[in-house]
Ligand binder design. Structure first.
Ligand SMILES: Cc1cc2nc3c(=O)[nH]c(=O)nc-3n(C[C@H](O)[C@H](O)[C@H](O)COP(=O)(O)O)c2cc1C
Length: 349
């Protein structure tokens, strides 16, 4: 199966079926509010900066797509909205364009709009030799330049790779390559739903990455996606691997706490609302990243995406108002109560 075709299957499955982890740990964070917040809602400032660029809101459209002609419109809708709303966006894995440059425009369409921060994307498994050769330095430069990237996200998705029949299964040498890339690009180490440990985050810092996108368990499960793909192909063995690992991983808020290594951090994995973005920021994140929530809007129109950003903004500002925060830096001081399964994790790690 080609990478291009697989990308379409992912979009189809994620937009039409429930492939979430069974528990959303962001719900285990209650915020202590103030009945006398002493804030004027209309003066609330949501602007921030991320790796040297100004954003109007602390929101990222997480890496999703590109690589098939049908995905060009999705990236265009996202880019129009990101430019209009002043938020950051990533494109999906650019391996498809590296292998077949004729689909490059499904990614480079994002350069036609004034997106304040663009993130290129490649997979960590492709940085090293698998059955096939690793990506070369020239190919990686092509991926960054194709979208005029401000940073390069390297995504870690080994649960997914091991749940798919055609998946990569070598990880030896990955740290050395991350270190090399971090010297050339603003590199973002990005998980895609299984979260990072404290050890991972400390190592990323030592390797010189510029930021960590913590993507843990709470939202889209790629083991679940692969399980459904395998079921559709009647591959019972792989279907079962995907089902077994459906809920694998470090919860998103834990992954965020583990990334407390004095680097900019993106909270992601199961962020659905402006309140979830607020929860992430209150725990030290610079941005909140959403993928599947944006996908559904992007399949409709750029206006649907812009409306969604407005919705997230309203929800974020509501939480800011109710906790007496007139700017994002105040959010880190907000008091919280952790409970449920998140508290179990906190008590044992
Ligand atoms: C349709 C779709 C495609 C994705 N493709 C990529 C990808 O190519 N590269 C990547 O780093 N992450 C990819 N992701 C993962 C997201 O960036 C994000 O880490 C993950 O979905 C968790 O966020 P969510 O719970 O808000 O969906 C994809 C997600 C979706 C929904």
């Amino acid at each position: 199966m080609t990478v291009e075709k697989r990308k379409l299957e992912h979009i189809d499955i994620i937009s039409s079926q429930n492939v979430s982890h069974d528990y959303n740990y962001w719900d285990d964070i209650d915020i202590i509010q103030k009945s006398m917040p002493e804030v004027d809602y209309d003066e609330i400032d949501t602007s921030t900066s991320f790796l040297g660029k100004k954003l109007r809101l602390p929101i990222l459209i997480s890496s999703m797509t590109g690589g098939h002609p049908d995905t060009k419109k999705i990236n265009e809708n996202l880019a129009i909205a990101a430019a209009e709303s002043g938020i950051a966006m990533g494109v999906g894995s650019e391996r498809a364009a590296i292998q077949n440059r004729t689909v490059g425009d499904s990614y480079s369409i994002v350069t036609e709009y004034d997106v304040p921060f663009r993130i290129a994307n490649i997979g960590a498994p492709q940085l090293i030799k698998q059955g096939k050769n690793a990506l070369t330095d020239d190919e990686i430069r092509y991926a960054v330049e194709l979208i005029e990237g401000d940073a390069l996200a390297v995504h870690f998705n080994f649960v997914q790779e091991l749940s798919q029949p055609e998946g990569d299964r070598n990880s030896k040498g990955i740290k050395k390559r991350i270190g090399e890339l971090s010297k050339k690009y603003k590199t973002i180490a990005k998980e895609t739903g299984a979260g990072f440990s404290v050890q991972d985050s400390l190592e990323f810092k030592q390797l010189g990455v510029s930021a960590i996108d913590t993507g843990g368990r709470s939202g889209t499960s790629f083991a679940a996606v692969e399980s459904i793909r395998s079921r559709n192909r009647s591959d019972e063995q792989k279907e079962r691997v995907g089902t077994t690992y459906w809920n694998w991983g470090i919860p998103s808020p834990m992954s965020l706490m583990f990334a407390n290594v004095e680097l900019p951090v993106i909270a992601s994995g199961g962020i659905r609302t402006g309140l979830d973005v607020f929860r992430g920021l209150s725990m030290g994140a610079t941005l909140g990243g959403l993928a599947s929530t944006f996908l559904k809007a992007a399949l409709k129109s750029d206006k649907d995406v812009t409306d969604l950003v407005l919705q997230l903004e309203t929800e974020l500002k509501t939480a800011m108002f109710l906790t007496g925060c007139s700017s994002l830096k105040d959010i880190k001081k907000v008091r919280k109560v952790y409970r449920g399964r998140l508290l179990e994790w906190m008590n044992q790690t």
